[in-house]
Unconditional design. Structure first.
Length: 359
């Protein structure tokens, strides 16, 4: 099953909003005779690849799969039909699929056909692998990645706003890899004004992320790289209802401008995530700046963190930090990284882990 999970992870960025799935076929003697993974959205599922590789050797054997086989017509025919047709004697699945058109139906169909089914092997690992898929199904909201690069003293720029480059080239390459595997990259007005970012993945990854800008006031530069490339790579601008006229030029140049209700605190993070989830976006990378980071943290909307710490001290009380917003009143309320990993990334240290919300 762990080998099947490793196979499934190869589909990251290419299959969303579908789940990543891997499969291994064992013959009647327990030898591996086929394997596969879901490689692209709309393409054959993992079971189909694995069973095709196994051919007649699958008969009487076992299919090990990271997610319950589907039993409905979607992009492809039901996998349960293919499984039953090969004559495998048993199926071992890490977990059932909560997708409403499956939700235990695949297991029931297999058992009706006389296939022995076991569910729950390495289930926790399978759930971690597809946490974003499960969140989108359960809440209608995407998985939120928060990313920044900072100095050893937690600064993201000097007191004059100079920020390029705190992190080294290896860290920047890792960020481009992240961008190439998500559905959206989110920044605020301040980042657009200060850095004039392009927010694309270079080189391109398996996904082309929509560049998302949050500006409650509707104020953005008249000339910048995001606006100039809006017809080449999608740009979505969220603003407070009534401020759309200020962004008419952006709309004319190809950006999509979407008004949202806004209060004294600006745009609602939840409203933004609901809209991105409605568009079936599964992974969203929030790149800043500090006000945007703080808004997502204050809203309890962060699922995973990516922090690049560079071996440099900037200093200065006026130099900005990575996060703004209200923040925690007490340490017990602080967001913590559960299962954090630390690895060298050139001269920098890359800290990465899921966010653990306090009780």
């Amino acid at each position: 099953m762990r080998h099947a999970l490793a196979l499934a992870a190869r589909g990251r960025g290419a299959v969303e909003p579908n789940p990543m799935v891997g499969a291994v076929v064992l013959d009647a003697a327990g030898a591996v005779v086929g394997e596969g993974w879901h490689q692209r959205l709309g393409g054959p599922h993992a079971e189909v690849y694995a069973l095709a590789a196994a051919r007649e050797r699958a008969r009487g054997g076992t299919l090990v799969v990271t997610l319950e086989p589907c039993c409905h017509h979607g992009y492809t025919p039901p996998c349960t039909n293919a499984v039953i047709a090969t004559g495998v004697a048993s199926v071992v699945a890490a977990m059932t699929d909560p997708f409403p058109r499956v939700a235990g139906g695949g297991v029931a169909r297999l058992r009706e056909a006389g296939v022995v089914v076991e569910v729950g092997v390495c289930e926790a690992e399978a759930r971690r692998l597809n946490a974003a898929y499960l969140k989108l199904l359960a809440t209608g909201r995407p998985w939120v990645h928060l990313k920044w690069a900072a100095s050893l003293d937690g600064k993201t720029a000097t007191r004059t706003g100079d920020s390029q480059w705190i992190s080294g080239p290896e860290s920047r390459r890792r960020v481009h890899e992240l961008r190439g595997a998500v559905d959206a990259v989110v920044v605020g007005r301040g980042t657009v004004e200060a850095d004039d970012p392009l927010l694309t993945a270079r080189p391109p990854g398996p996904r082309t992320a929509t560049r998302v800008v949050l500006t409650a006031s509707g104020r953005l530069p008249e000339r910048c790289r995001l606006r100039e490339t809006a017809r080449e790579v999608p740009v979505l601008v969220f603003t407070a209802a009534g401020n759309e006229p200020r962004l008419a030029g952006w709309a004319a140049d190809g950006a999509e401008v979407l008004p949202l209700p806004a209060g004294d605190g600006g745009l609602s993070v939840d409203d933004v995530l609901v809209e991105l989830g409605r568009r079936r976006m599964t992974h969203v990378l929030v790149e800043g700046g500090a006000a945007v980071h703080g808004a997502f943290l204050d809203a309890g909307a962060v699922d995973e963190l990516h922090v690049f710490v560079a071996p440099v001290l900037i200093g200065g009380a006026a130099a900005p930090g990575a996060t703004g917003g209200r923040g925690a009143e007490k340490l017990a309320q602080a967001l913590r990284l559960g299962g954090m990993t630390a690895e060298a990334c050139g001269a920098d240290v890359y800290l990465h882990g899921p966010a653990s919300r306090p009780p």
